[in-house]
Design a protein around this ligand. Structure first.
Ligand code: UDP
Ligand code: MG
Length: 332
C-alpha cells in the first residue's frame, strides 16, 4: 500500500462571496472522505487565491482559514491579475509543499466528485489528469458552437489542447516543477500543460450551472478590457491592424464585384476596373501583413517586458515561508 499523498487544491476566486461558503463546505466534505479512504494525507489543504476581489471574498477566505486551518488556506493577490495568473500564483505557491495539486474554479461548475477519480488516476501513475466535460447540455447553442469551434481551430493551428478541457486538472509535483520553468507572460495553461508531457489521462464529468453569482467574463467586461487595452497598452492597436487588414481584403472582394459589374454595364472608363481592384486588394493585403507582423511584435513586447505575472500581498499559514525560501534559493 502507498503512503497517502498531500493534495493541495488551488481555487481562483474573483468576487465569489456568494459561492465561497458552499464551495468550502463541499470541498471540506470531499477532503474528509478522501482522508478517511486514505487517498490523501491529512496535511492536504485547499488554497483559495483571491484575485483582487472587490467584495468580501478575501474576508471569507480569512474566516475559513481561522475557523479550519487544517483545511483552508489562502493567498491574496495585490490586484486582479486574471484567472490564468491567479491559478499560476496558487500553483507556484504550493509546488514545494504538495505532492499533487488540483486546480478548480470556485463556482462549482466543475464536479467535485471527479476529484476521487483524478486522485485514483494519479496513483495509477499519471502525472497529469485532465478534467474533461462530457456534455454541454447546460450551455446555450451559441456557447456550445463557439466553444467547440474554438477547440477545433486551436487544433488546426497546431496548438495541442485537450478537447473540452478547461482548467480543472490534477498535476503532480514533478509537473509543477517543470511548469515553473515556463517563463512566458501570455499564460495559456491548457496549452502549456500538454507541452510539459509526462503520462497523462482524462476523466469525464458533467459541467454544472454556476452555483451562484454570475460569470466573471461578461461581455461588458470583455469590451471594457479591450478599450482599456487600446488606450493603455500599445499591443492592442497592432492587433487592430490585422482586423482592418481582413476588412480591407473583404471589401476588395466587393470592389471586384462592383468594378466588374460597372465594366459589364459599360459605364467604366478603360483601365478603371483593374486599377480600383488592385488598390483595394493590395491595400488590404498590406495592412493584413502588417497586422500579422504586429501580432508577433506585440507578443515579443510583452515577453521582453518580463512583468511579474502576479504579485502576492499576503500569505496565510506557512505558505509564504515556503515561497520566500524558494526564491531565496534561486537567487543564491
Ligand atoms: N476568476 C479569477 N480572476 C478573474 C476572473 C475570474 O480568478 O479575473 C476566477 C473566478 O472566480 C472563477 C474562475 O476564475 O473561479 C472562472 O471564472 P468564471 O466562472 O466567471 O468563468 P466562466 O466559467 O463563466 O467561463
Ligand atoms: Mg464558471
Amino acid at each position: 500500500m502507498y503512503n497517502p499523498e498531500i493534495l493541495y487544491m488551488v481555487v481562483p476566486c474573483y468576487n465569489e462571496e456568494e459561492v465561497l461558503h458552499e464551495t468550502a463546505k463541499q470541498l471540506k466534505a470531499k477532503y474528509e472522505s478522501l482522508i478517511e479512504r486514505k487517498l490523501i494525507s491529512p496535511q492536504s489543504r485547499v488554497v483559495f487565491v483571491n484575485d483582487g476581489s472587490k467584495d468580501k471574498t478575501w474576508q471569507i477566505i480569512q474566516e475559513l482559514h481561522n475557523e479550519m486551518p487544517e483545511f483552508f488556506s489562502g493567498i491574496n493577490l495585490a490586484h486582479n491579475s486574471g484567472h490564468q495568473n491567479a491559478v499560476l500564483a496558487g500553483l507556484m505557491t504550493v509546488k514545494d509543499i504538495c505532492d499533487i495539486a488540483i486546480t478548480m474554479d470556485a463556482d462549482l461548475q466543475d464536479d467535485i466528485n471527479t476529484i476521487d477519480a483524478m486522485v485514483e488516476e494519479y496513483y495509477k501513475g499519471n502525472q497529469v489528469v485532465y478534467g474533461v466535460r462530457s456534455a454541454r447540455d447546460t450551455d446555450t447553442f451559441f456557447k456550445r458552437f463557439t466553444a467547440e469551434g474554438f477547440y477545433k481551430f486551436m487544433k488546426v493551428m497546431g496548438a495541442d489542447v485537450v478537447y473540452n478541457h478547461a482548467d480543472f486538472r490534477l498535476m503532480s509535483k514533478r509537473v509543477l516543477q517543470e511548469l515553473a520553468n515556463f517563463k512566458e507572460v501570455n499564460l495559456f495553461l491548457r496549452g502549456m500543460v500538454p507541452l510539459i508531457g509526462f503520462q497523462s489521462t482524462s476523466v469525464y464529468y458533467e459541467r454544472h450551472e454556476r452555483f451562484a453569482g454570475e460569470s466573471k467574463y461578461p461581455l461588458k467586461k470583455m469590451l471594457a478590457f479591450a478599450m482599456n487595452g487600446i488606450t493603455s497598452f500599445s499591443v492592442k492597436p497592432l492587433k487592430l491592424i490585422t482586423r482592418i487588414g481582413f476588412l480591407m481584403v473583404f471589401l476588395s472582394l466587393i470592389a471586384f464585384i462592383w468594378a466588374f459589374a460597372a465594366k459589364l454595364l459599360g459605364f467604366a472608363e478603360l483601365g478603371w476596373s483593374s486599377t480600383i481592384c488592385s488598390i483595394w486588394f493590395i491595400g488590404g493585403l498590406q495592412i493584413l501583413c502588417l497586422g500579422i507582423i504586429g501580432e508577433y511584435i506585440g507578443k515579443i513586447y510583452a515577453e521582453v517586458k518580463q512583468r511579474p505575472r502576479f504579485i502576492v500581498a499576503d500569505f496565510l499559514n506557512d505558505l509564504g515561508t515556503e515561497f520566500i525560501n524558494d526564491s531565496a534559493e534561486k537567487s543564491e
